[in-house]
Design a binder for this molecule. Structure first.
Ligand code: NAP
Length: 270
């Protein structure tokens, strides 16, 4: 089985990567292949796994991801830095077991050309204004839903619901559900501007279209990376057909991760 190692630049992550590489080279069943791997091992945190996802985006439907965390337990990272030998053992006995999560497909059309940009996000996409407030019309399934004015909108996947979405007051969604979520970022609600004011959960057969005010400069992000400085005509969000796969050698209950990350109370009954 071909393995790629994708590490952040922290000292512990680098040490773990060296150990991993040595163990893989000693193994009869495993080999290092950074170009066309079957498994991508991310060493760092959830942010590192997010970078690994985008690094291998062209072949993301052909690989399974594994996360080793060198900080705190994450949402995409199951293995601890001192568990390299256990992980190698699981890789050598791999039988293709995996868990998949939904991805967000973002289709952008521009005012200065007929081309269309299609990208995938693992966590979320945001639309904001360079300066001042964002003004945009929000459509659900081609039907106008509301006119938004405020700092911006965040559209997240279920696995991204614990990231930026949570900070802006969105709900946490179990990634076993196929859904996407639209959360407002500081909307203005008064006699002139009115939005729903609560997060929306969108079903798999629906899509969300956002048409920003053409007189302003909207900025689009995908997993926190700015996509383009071009003037945006419309952005369409839907659940992608492709899903991201994680090699599932062990199972940590999703709500246990949530508890661990945000509450910290250990309760065996969860
Ligand atoms: P980053 O430093 O890579 O990540 C910022 C924090 O978000 C880190 O603590 C990271 O965990 C955590 N994180 C990433 N994905 C997560 C997930 N699915 N669930 C829970 N926590 C998660 O920052 P970045 O490169 O600018 O952005 C990466 C992601 O971080 C974004 O997609 C966004 O969702 C999130 N973020 C959130 C805020 C906020 O809540 N205000 C601000 C910036 C970014 P690790 O420490 O394990 O890497």
């Amino acid at each position: 089985m071909k393995i790629a190692i994708y590490s952040n630049s922290g000292e512990l992550s680098k040490r773990v990567s060296v150990k991993l590489k040595q163990r893989i080279e000693q193994s009869q069943r495993l080999e290092i292949d950074d170009l066309s791997p079957d498994i991508v091992i991310s060493v760092g945190g959830d942010g590192t796994l997010l970078s690994a996802f985008h690094h291998y985006i062209e072949i993301i439907d052909q690989v399974r991801l594994v996360g080793i965390h060198t900080g705190h337990l994450g949402f995409y990272t199951d293995w601890r830095d001192y568990e390299v030998d256990e992980l190698i053992n699981s890789l050598e006995n791999d039988n293709g077991q995996s868990e998949t999560y939904p991805l967000l497909e973002i289709t952008t059309k521009y005012l200065d050309g007929d081309d269309t940009d299609v990208v995938l996000a693992l966590n979320e996409s945001t639309i904001k204004e360079i300066s001042g407030t964002l003004t945009a019309d929000v459509y659900i399934k081609d039907q106008k839903f509301e006119s938004f004015r405020g700092d911006g909108l965040c559209i997240s996947t279920p696995s991204g619901s614990t990231a930026y979405n949570k900070s802006v007051g969105g709900a946490i969604i179990n990634p076993s559900l196929k859904a996407l979520q639209v959360s407002e970022i500081a909307s203005i609600n008064n006699r002139v501007f009115r939005t729903l004011g609560s997060p929306l959960i969108i079903s798999p057969d629906e899509w969300v279209k956002i048409i920003p005010d053409i007189h302003k400069k909207a900025v689009l992000t995908c997993d926190q990376q700015v996509r383009s400085g071009r003037p945006i005509k419309s952005i369409e969000y839907k659940i992608a057909e492709k899903r991201v796969a994680f090699a599932q050698y062990r199972h940590t209950h999703f709500w246990q991760r949530v508890n661990n990350a945000f509450i910290g109370v250990q309760d065996d009954s969860i």
